[in-house]
Design a protein around this ligand. Structure first.
Ligand SMILES: [Zn+2]
Length: 428
């Protein structure tokens, strides 16, 4: 068991279970608690039995058996949230062919590896917005049971789309393959299908619902931004989701599909690429959150410069969508749209989620706000009261970075300490 866990966590990480009787004293040069506007300096944060039991000025000397974490030259933060990942894959030039070659087990094992990388990058909670075979639900359960290390997963399971839409798993297939999926595989074409697809996700153990309200960049289909649901279908999905306690996330690039999703009652708009002033106004009125995924925009824009990287049908979409997300984020932030940190990692490589902080800051968001968008704000959105801030009584889900992210946001990309589930996964 230990060797399997160590294999996943990677050679750089140390994995130590903390004895129940001993406390962990984290000596932090600076604490950003996820809620306050100003950090505190020279603090001792005490974690005992998996919970934060004390926060004190100065560096408390350890009692016999206590473990000390020396983060005196760095900053301690709450464990980070990424509100948009896909743990079951990583886009590559093999993705199209892998669609025909990989079985559930191959994908599930990859997901375990990617979850380990995500945790070591400082992300202790993620919202996984779409898998294929329910593998992220199995992974969520395995992580909760502490069989494998990884972040807490809020799993959508299979995302819901329409025939030929961004979430149709059979796009681009030759006709000789059976390819008319229904609600069971997340493809709907009327309100009855829409209700059934949500109920199927409930049956499978999903935590949240993801719809693809418009075309997308990486699917084998021509249009990356057209509306792909009627507003009536979206309303049916949202109403059914509410019956089961689900929130609804909507992937959307084009403005018309985005507006239908917002008016239909979804909770978050993902990407939001061609968000116009009317959509911004509507989102503010309705309190809809925006998850920008600048990382995915920059990644597809960069890869589109290589003429051979994407399939021919994908490249023009990547060229149009990629560069626009930065400008949309800047505009939406200035206009006061509520923003949650999310990357769409799985498009770009796992473990680099924290680059999004740099992109958000480059596009006009102050570092402290970007940190709150990845800590207390998503915790509140998800109703997770035990996490998202450094405070007495909260779970000891903590992350350390070298230096001061308020002066240099790129230190978020060099996480040196990770604690979750009463285990230190990475030591400074
Ligand atoms: Zn996505």
């Amino acid at each position: 068991m230990r060797s399997a866990v160590a294999l996943v966590a990677g050679a750089a990480a140390t994995l130590m279970s903390v004895a129940a009787s001993a406390a962990t004293l984290i000596h932090a040069g600076r604490v950003i608690d996820g809620v306050s506007d100003t950090p505190k300096t020279n603090q001792t944060v005490v974690v005992d039995g998996g919970k934060i039991t004390a926060i004190e000025n100065g560096f408390r000397a350890p009692a016999a058996g206590d473990r000390v974490v020396d983060l005196k030259s760095g900053t301690l933060l709450p464990g980070l949230f990424d509100m948009h990942v896909h743990l079951s894959g990583e886009y590559s030039q093999r993705s199209e062919i892998n669609d025909y070659k990989l079985n559930e087990a191959d994908i599930a094992i990859d997901a375990v590896v990617f979850a380990g990388r995500t945790l070591l990058a400082g992300f202790t909670t993620v919202r996984d917005l779409g898998d294929e075979y329910r593998e992220t639900i199995a992974l969520r359960n395995a992580i909760e049971a502490r069989k494998v290390p990884g972040p807490r997963i809020i799993a959508a399971g299979k995302s819901i789309g329409t025939t030929g839409g961004h979430a149709d798993p059979t796009n681009g297939w030759a006709r000789k393959f059976p390819a008319d999926p229904g609600p069971d595989q997340g493809v709907v074409n009327d309100v009855d299908d829409a209700r059934k697809a949500v109920r199927q996700r409930y049956k499978e153990g999903s935590d949240t619902i993801k719809i693809t309200a418009t075309g997308g960049v990486l699917s084998i289909a021509k249009n990356g931004s057209n509306p792909q649901f009627t507003e009536e279908e979206i309303r049916a999905i949202v109403a059914t989701a509410r019956d089961y306690g689900f929130k609804v996330a909507a992937h959307a690039h084009g403005a018309e599909g985005m507006k239908r999703a917002v008016r239909g009652g979804v909770d978050t708009i993902e990407h939001g690429t061609f968000m116009d002033d009317e959509t911004i106004k509507l989102m503010k009125e309705r309190g809809t959150f925006y998850v920008p995924t600048i990382s995915a925009g920059r990644w597809v824009a960069e890869k589109a410069r290589d003429p051979g990287f994407f399939p021919p049908v994908v490249r023009p979409k990547a060229q149009a969508v990629g560069p626009q997300i930065d400008a949309t984020f800047a505009k939406a932030y200035k206009a006061g749209v509520k923003i949650l940190f999310g990357t769409d990692t799985g498009v770009s490589a796992h473990g680099h989620n924290a680059r999004e902080f740099r992109y958000m800051v480059e596009d006009g968001m102050p570092p402290m706000e970007a940190i709150k968008a990845a800590t207390s704000a998503p915790a509140k959105f998800l109703g997770l009261e035990d996490v998202g801030s450094v405070a007495v009584g909260k779970l000891g889900e903590l992350v350390g970075v070298p230096g001061n992210p308020l002066e240099d946001i790129t230190v978020m990309e060099r996480v040196s300490f990770v604690m979750k589930d009463d285990t230190i996964h990475k030591t400074p």
